[in-house]
Design a protein around this ligand. Structure first.
Ligand code: GLN
Length: 489
């Protein structure tokens, strides 16, 4: 079944003319038909447009184009609903954008298209990427392919569920505090959050601009390396993208991690960690040692402040970024007697509860009299958190941690308790505050029910080669990533 292949497997099949992009794309569309009624990963998808791109890829292949020139030629890649694709709906999981159609391609989409990918579908997400379960989508819930009574994680829950259920070969997501890594962990796929500035954010609808990064969700580590190489690079349209050469990431996957030093943060040994998650991480540590890596303890002393710091900075930036949804420029408009009433009514009707909560909180922490007490202090603590990591990376090549304190929880279980939900991000949020890179890879399963567990590797800023190399060596010495959810078999 072509939809089950990885990027590198499909590329080989296409290059050897043993399969066509048309057939691979059709296989993904068939799988969506078969399982997405139960999973709900997609908000919409354009089957005709996808097949037309696939046919163009098949023609290019027939004309002699190679994957050395265009690494994703003919590969179906689905997109989180927060990234602009020209001519496609852009809703950010919200009602406020109504029938908005994107007039342009995000830089990452231009890059995917230049690399030959079949770019299709709008993947479900928490509204404006605010959440950890995809339950905050204004459209529908997305269900975890391993157990459809459970959440897929979030906010890129649609992306993770679609990859895990073989509804696409790979997907794009965005990560502001864990939104790629956490759903990847909960659905049993690979999720990579690049360092801040590695990938252009042009065309990514902003949630918290100093934390947001686009990344990928894939079936194995090699695919993440292939995707990252395509997505990375400086962009004149994003002044925060960094002019650094893009390495041949796949070239760093040597399988050899002998002599590398991995750090286990002592502050991550917290009470709320599920025993089965702990057991899986301990086993992974032993596996790294077997592979010849040295594992030492490190300290990240400001870890306790990460969640509070994040929820001040992220909400402050969100309150400013979301001011543009005013009923005048885009999307939904609810008429009022004057512009202020129109603005209030539109935002009242268009935003969901979590988005409103964050706008209120963000406006509060930025307001005069509170700015110094909250926002300014949070920025200072953010620097301390970043310095903790930079200090740790003087001693170790990467940091190991769980991705999420528990496996996937039941739909509705935490929906009425935002603080419980915020705690799901305890291991992922610091990486965004520090601007470093991180990857989540499968490292085991809980017993009953059988649910995926994710291991996180964190690397220094622009240290993606190292974490990919370590993740790949571990992955290739285990078989967790090869297991498929029951629904898709
Ligand atoms: N779960 C976190 C939040 O709700 C992170 C979201 C994200 O990374 N986009 O803000």
């Amino acid at each position: 079944m072509l939809n089950q292949l990885t990027i590198s497997e499909l590329a080989t099949e296409l290059a050897k003319s043993r399969a066509s992009s048309h057939a691979a794309t059709q296989a993904c569309l068939d799988q969506i038909q078969r399982v997405d009624g139960q999973i709900g990963a997609f908000i919409t998808y354009d089957a005709v447009g996808a097949l037309a791109q696939a046919d163009a890829a098949d023609q290019a292949l027939a004309g002699g184009a190679t994957h050395a020139q265009r690494p994703l030629l003919g590969v179906p890649v689905a997109i989180k609903d927060v990234i602009a694709v020209k001519g496609q709906p852009l809703n950010c999981g919200s009602k406020i954008l109504d029938k908005f159609i994107s007039p342009y391609d995000a830089t990452v989409i231009e890059k995917l298209k230049a690399a030959g990918a079949v770019v299709f579908g709008r993947l479900n997400m928490d509204e404006f990427a605010m959440g950890s379960s995809t339950e905050n989508s204004a459209f529908h819930v997305t269900r975890n392919p391993w157990d459809t009574s459970r959440i897929p994680g979030g906010s890129s829950g649609g992306s993770a569920a679609a990859v895990a259920a073989d509804e696409c070969i790979a997907a794009l997501g965005s990560d502001t505090g864990g939104s790629i890594r956490q759903p990847a962990a909960l659905c049993g796929c690979v999720g990579l959050k690049p360092s801040y500035g590695r990938v252009s954010r042009y065309g990514l609808v902003a949630f918290a601009s100093s934390l947001d990064q686009i990344g990928c969700l894939t079936k194995e580590v090699r695919d993440a390396a292939i995707m990252l190489e395509v997505l990375s690079g400086v962009d004149p349209c994003d002044s925060t993208s960094v002019p650094r050469a893009v390495p041949r990431y796949a070239g760093s996957l040597t399988g050899d991690i002998k002599g590398l030093k991995l750090g286990l943060p002592k502050e991550y040994r917290i009470g709320g960690l599920d025993p089965e998650v702990k057991e899986a991480i301990d086993a992974a540590v032993a596996q790294f040692q077997t592979l010849g890596a040295e594992v030492v303890e490190v300290s990240l002393p400001h870890t306790d402040y990460a969640i509070a710091t994040y929820y001040i900075i992220a909400t402050a930036e969100a309150s400013a970024n979301l001011a543009r949804f005013d009923g005048i420029r885009y999307g939904l408009r609810v008429e009022g007697a004057d512009p202020i009433e129109l603005y209030a009514r539109t935002r009242g009707a268009g935003f969901g509860a979590e988005v409103k909560r964050r706008i209120l909180l963000g406006t509060y922490v930025l307001s005069s009299g509170y700015y110094d007490a909250y926002y300014l202090r949070a920025q200072k603590v953010r620097t301390l958190i970043r310095n903790d990591f930079l200090k740790a990376f003087e001693k170790v090549d990467a940091i190991i941690a769980p991705t999420s304190p528990t496996a996937a929880f039941k739909i509705g279980e935490k929906a009425n308790d935002p603080l419980q939900m915020y705690l799901m991000d305890i291991f992922t949020i610091s990486a965004n505050l520090a601007g470093i890179c991180g990857i989540s890879i499968p490292c085991g399963f809980t017993k009953t029910p059988k649910l995926p567990i994710g291991l996180q590797l964190l690397g220094e800023p622009f240290g993606e080669e190292t974490i990919l190399r370590i993740a790949h060596a571990y992955e290739q010495s285990t078989s967790w990533h090869k297991q498929k959810p029951p629904l898709t078999r």
